[in-house]
Design a protein. Structure first.
Lengths: 914, 272
């Protein structure tokens, strides 16, 4: 498709890297086919206050107004370097060691190099492989990994295009994204307060003005407001945190590390050992119960099962009272500080802030801290003024109202063309729409031109939760509870479906399904499993499994899972295509904007959508027609605008000229009752979504369906060790692996994205230069732990346990407590020995294989045992003799590992080592 | 007339947008006659300095953006030959990328380390105040992308209130820097007091800090914490009193190298 590029111009492009609904608007200056700079967009350019009806907050005599200029993050600002990265996949490439007509050599995936092939050859191989697999095995022998964490796009999305393609070619197995951002809430908190679909508090309406007026203190419990929200392209939480301080509200951070939010906003930092919050929470409950410092009247009216909870806390159930002394030994917080925290909480109005939770709710048995947090809030009158759980992230999702006094006057409904996450037909009740992004009746009426394009194609044949894909492939079998659908309810986009409720969690599932084929081919648009999901080393083993005959990846950059692919198909970035963008969650305004290519697609890259068109061309024109609806990229932009409902408010011509429609803020938004205020006032009239309609201190569902579960019993427990995990400092394993590894969202990345920005790589908290000149992922260590091991700041270290070895650079700092090490997740893999040793610092490589609990199908990627030691001369010698090629690959000193290092004939010679 | 940068360190969240925007503007972009291309990495025409004070769990971090001071009396200008460094009417100090070729002395002369030597181009390079953007009526990129308003830019006369009482880097160098800072925090001394028998914190303990003839007073809070913030570097004596407890005293607490967290300190109850 030809893309017109003029000489000197500005382009609106959103920076959104977490999904299609988010985005912070940028203005890209271009000249002579080159991107010059990226600036944040100013709303006051095209719009006046009278048009936008901006929201406004007042509390304690001070005011807060939304910024007129988009508060862009460093990742959007630096995105030019990603477009021009030397790590871009510019041409179709084939692994030299893989011959679809002959030997396939799965054992050299992650080792052997690549050679450039033509698009025609690539498309032919893909089509032939799909046909061959369909015929030899069955369509479900193709695993489609196409969910989440790519660039946010609508008319040619990063994820979901191949699902659509496979629906046309016969079917596939779905990699079902587990609730990676919400594990503890989803598998735990839901059983206390309902709050479908993800288990975080809903509704969130007007929480921030209410907290500003009524809270005395805010707990940032495992929350980093300066890090986790960045993925949605905004820094509104930064401004809000400064405002809370200005209002005299105390910010108390409870986390193992002095995180980036704590570094500038904390009035008090209470360090707690990773994944021991449960002990701390139980001791707080103990203090309140024994000192009579909780809201008994509220408990009386609003809860179910409180007596059982009380019995456990006081030790009546197991003979162990959960005293501060008991807790202190487990969580590392001094007894006096635990008591002081309990007293502070009882004497003050406290809300808890989250950026979803991060490592706090992504550890072994993460259900327990998540459930206990809700229960503690309940004991202090949850839903009353100033007592809430507030999200500082993804404000457009799950709940109809934002925590700010702000909703758009109407919610624009930009269609999203592909379903990244489809359910298997028959798995969920028929009244639930299977498609995540179906076209609503209103959208169909507005834009009949796209009805054919949105025909719901057949769903997948079977599915595997993403956190069990590696296990399913390597062990040839997997069993799990629930996860038949990735939750999407509550999103205030018309037409979004409802999902199975909590009852889905009590359904058992297996892979392969009876009578169905195992996986023999993988197709991915989300090649970050080795660095973003659990047990990345096992993922590498899965990708090298002899049963996997073909592995295709379509992606803009050569990174992570890509090193294991047999075929790589080049995808353009969002700066190289037409799109319709929608900012639903920056917290300033909702806006719909026209994105246009800033530069022509680099190399032979095409959009994700067009990659599949190229493959389907090999199947025949009828396939292409069914897939594209005969609509070009620009036509899709045109008709998606029509379908969005905006055209009734601004003509397409005007939008085309202005490039943006800012939706005025609803005047009623500020009147919505804050949070669970209605439930607090009248639980009978406004029940929760739990079976009893009350806060369940003993889950009635777990009592009914799996009362014997020792890892997630009806009443939340401190689980020292269970069938699924043995990751405590009390474990025998801790003799060899005496540190608890903590891993959170990266300060300088969004999951796996943006690890190659050369400008952030110069910051020591992003990469730390080893004596060999390689930029290592930092591993934080307390000076005492470093000294014990003879480690100095900047030393090259190995972080390891039974699952393997990850190399890092020692970052010795008082910002982390002892008995702990801390590595951000998402660093790019640089395999020395695939499945065993990684130089890139992808810490999830050594995270637990098992889900967070036997009956809780979430991933545990923090709070696991490991040790950190200096890399020795013997280590280097061993690795260099076993895998010399890993040290010969070209390394760019600014961008790090890059595509050149994986090409068969790069300028320094031949790196093929088959 | 002189342009100034006014930086409020209390408002800096450490997001590094300023450092990165500078690179977005200047790396691989040439803005003649003011600047040649900045190399992709290695130069920091504006760089963030991170300062970590104290120790676990009493730590404070602040970030200080540093850049060319666009001095009144620039050392680099004195070191330059052929007028390779000049001062614009608006006070911005510019290194002429043509005339300055080969003049490493220009980079070496700067007392603030704000001039970088580009080996490949054989050229000293530094912040231009985004002079090319000022001509379009815009502000420097670092100012534009700062959400919190920590970095401001404008006429010296407009910022009289900010400048009054503000500090500059290395004032003893005597070059008259035009980058002004406020709220760079001083050292702190802090700690937590507890009763080791009851294992509870000691609230409302009276803490008195003395250095020479100066005295600071505070009380422990609900967490048993006391903080003395924004202290000059030096040695301090601390005495602590709480009703029913034996007093505590600490001599020669030294904040020369770093802020001091005295940690969790037990206070013994007086014998009845």
């Amino acid at each position: 498709m030809e893309k017109k590029i003029t000489n000197k111009y500005k382009r609106l492009v959103s920076f959104s890297l977490m999904g299609p609904e988010s985005g912070a608007l940028c203005e890209v200056d271009c000249e002579d086919g080159k991107i010059i700079r990226i600036n944040p967009y100013s709303y006051d350019k095209e719009y006046t206050d009278a048009n936008c009806n901006p929201w406004h907050m007042e509390a304690r005599g001070k005011t807060f107004d939304p910024p007129k200029r988009v508060n862009i993050t460093h990742m959007g600002l630096c995105y030019k370097t990603r477009v021009y990265s030397p790590n871009r996949i510019l041409y179709p490439m084939k692994r030299v060691d893989w011959d679809p007509e002959g030997e396939r050599h799965p054992e050299t995936r992650g080792i052997s190099g690549y050679e450039r092939i033509s698009w025609e050859e690539a498309a032919k191989i893909c089509a032939n492989e799909i046909k061959r697999i369909n015929k030899t095995y069955a369509p479900e022998a193709i695993l489609c990994e196409s969910d989440m964490h790519g660039e946010g796009k609508n008319v040619a999305p990063s994820h979901g295009c191949p699902n659509r393609m496979f629906s046309l070619t016969g079917g596939y197995t779905q990699q079902m994204r587990n609730m990676d951002s919400w594990e503890g809430w989803y598998w735990g908190a839901k059983h206390v307060w309902g709050c479908e679909p993800v288990g975080e508090m809903a509704p969130q309406a007007n929480l921030i003005p209410d907290m500003a007026e009524n809270s005395d203190g805010l707990f940032f419990w495992g929350c980093d407001p300066e890090v986790t929200p960045l993925g949605f392209g905004m820094k509104m939480p930064t401004l809000l945190c400064y405002w809370f301080t200005e209002l005299g509200i105390k910010s108390i951070y409870i986390c193992p590390d002095l995180n980036y939010g704590a570094a500038i906003h904390a009035d008090k930092w209470i360090p707690v050992l990773p994944n021991t919050d449960t002990a701390l929470q139980l001791a707080i409950a103990y203090q309140w119960l024994t000192n009579d410092t909780y809201d008994k009247e509220y408990i009386e009216k609003h809860t179910y099962g409180f007596d059982k909870f009380k019995a456990y806390v006081l030790g009546e159930e197991d003979g162990i009272p959960k005293t501060p002394k008991w807790a202190s030994e487990k969580c590392g917080v001094p007894v006096w500080t635990i008591k002081a925290l309990a007293d502070y909480w009882a004497e003050n109005k406290v809300s808890i802030c989250h950026g979803n939770g991060g490592s706090y709710i992504r550890s072994p048995y993460a259900t327990e801290p998540a459930r206990l947090e809700v229960m503690l809030l309940g004991m202090q009158g949850l839903g009353n003024p100033g007592v809430h759980q507030c999200k500082l992230i993804e404000w457009n999702m799950w709940a109809a109202n934002y925590p700010l006094p702000y909703t758009p006057e109407f919610v624009p409904a930009v269609p999203h063309i592909c379903d990244a996450i489809r359910t298997v037909p028959g798995d969920i009740p028929s009244n639930i729409k299977m498609s995540r992004f179906p076209l609503s009746d209103a959208q169909k009426e507005r834009a009949p031109e796209i009805v054919d394009l949105f025909e719901v194609l057949p769903g997948p044949k079977q599915y595997i939760p993403r956190c069990l894909v590696q296990t399913a492939i390597v062990d040839k079998h997997a069993e799990w509870m629930g996860m038949s659908c990735f939750a999407t309810a509550g999103n205030p986009r018309p037409g979004n479906n409802r999902v199975p409720t909590v009852y889905d969690q009590f359904e058992k599932n297996v892979y392969p399904r009876p009578g169905m084929s195992r996986i023999h081919m993988i197709w991915s648009t989300a090649p970050c499993n080795v660095t973003c999901w659990n047990d990345g080393f096992k993922f590498q083993k899965a990708y090298r499994d002899p049963e996997i005959e073909t592995f295709v990846i379509q992606h803009p950059w050569m990174e992570n899972d890509c090193y294991f692919a047999d075929l790589l198909l080049p995808v353009c970035t969002k700066h190289e295509m037409h799109d319709i963008g929608n900012d639903m969650s920056s917290g300033t305004y909702v806006s719909i904007y026209k994105e246009e290519p800033c530069i022509p697609p680099r190399g032979e890259s095409v959009s994700d959508f067009d990659v599949c068109v190229k493959v389907l061309e090999q199947f025949g024109p009828e396939y292409v027609k069914a897939y594209t609806g005969d609509l070009s990229e620009e036509e899709r932009v045109r008709f998606f605008y029509k379908a969005s409902g905006c055209e009734e408010r601004m003509s397409f011509e005007e939008w085309n000229e202005k490039k943006i429609f800012v939706v005025p803020v609803s005047k009623e938004a500020k009147d919505a009752v804050p949070g669970l205020g209605d439930f607090a006032k009248d639980p009978e009239e406004y029940p929760l979504e739990t079976p009893t309609g009350l806060l369940e201190y003993s889950s009635s569902n777990i009592e009914k369906f799996m009362p014997e579960d020792t890892e997630r019993p009806p009443v939340p427990h401190w689980v020292e060790k269970g069938p699924w995990h043995d990751e405590r400092l009390s474990s025998e394993r801790a003799e060899k692996y005496p540190l608890l590894c903590m891993s959170n969202h990266g300060r300088w990345r969004i999951h796996a994205q943006c690890d190659d920005i050369p400008w952030s790589r110069e910051v020591e908290t992003m990469k730390i230069k080893g004596e060999d000149g390689y930029l290592y992922e930092p591993c934080w260590l307390n000076p005492k732990e470093a000294e014990k091991r003879g480690i100095k700041h900047g030393d090259i270290v190995k972080v390891f346990n039974e699952r393997g070895i990850v190399l890092c650079g020692a970052y010795v700092t008082e910002r982390l407590i002892e008995q702990t090490c801390y590595v951000d997740h998402g660093s790019r893999l640089d395999p020395i020995i695939p499945g065993e040793v990684d130089r890139g610092g992808a810490i999830n490589n050594i995270s637990p294989t098992n889900p967070i609990g036997k009956n809780s199908t979430g991933m545990a990627t923090s709070g696991f045992l490991c040790d950190v030691q200096k890399v020795t001369e013997e280590d280097w010698a061993e690795w260099k003799s076993k895998a010399p090629w890993a040290f010969e690959r070209h390394y760019d000193k600014a961008f790090g590992v890059c595509v050149e290092g994986w090409m068969k004939d790069y300028e320094n010679g031949d790196n093929y080592h088959g | 007339m002189a342009k100034v940068f006014c930086i409020d360190v209390a408002k800096c969240s450490g997001c590094y947008n300023c450092q990165f925007a500078c690179k977005d503007e200047h790396c691989n972009n040439e803005w003649l006659p003011y600047a040649a291309k900045q190399p992709m990495t290695g130069q920091f025409w504006l760089g963030i300095e991170e300062h970590v004070e104290g120790s676990k769990p009493k730590i404070k971090i602040h970030y200080v953006p540093v850049l060319c001071n666009h001095c009144e009396d620039p050392a680099c200008m004195k070191a330059a030959k052929n007028g390779a460094v000049y001062k614009r009417e608006d006070g911005l100090v510019i290194i002429d990328p043509e005339k300055a070729k080969g003049q490493k002395e220009i980079a070496e002369a700067c007392p603030y380390g704000a001039v970088f030597w580009n080996e490949e181009l054989s050229l000293p390079q530094k912040c231009t105040g985004c002079a090319h953007l000022l001509e379009e009526g815009k502000v420097p990129r670092c100012v534009d992308v700062c959400h919190t308003g920590a970095i401001q830019f404008g006429e010296e006369s407009e910022f009289a209130d900010f400048i009054d009482g503000a500090s500059v880097r290395i004032p003893e160098s005597g070059t008259g820097p035009k980058v002004y800072y406020r709220n760079i925090p001083g050292r702190f001394i802090g700690g937590t007091l507890y009763d080791p028998v009851e294992e509870v914190v000691v609230r409302n303990a009276k803490c008195t800090l003395v250095r020479g003839d100066k005295t600071w007073e505070t009380e422990t809070d609900i967490f048993g914490d006391f903080w003395f913030k924004d202290l000059p570097r030096g040695k301090y004596d601390l005495s602590i009193e709480a009703a029913g407890f034996e007093g505590l005293s600490f001599k020669d607490i030294d904040t020369e190298e770093n802020s001091v967290n005295l940690g969790d300190q037990p206070m013994n109850r007086k014998n009845q």
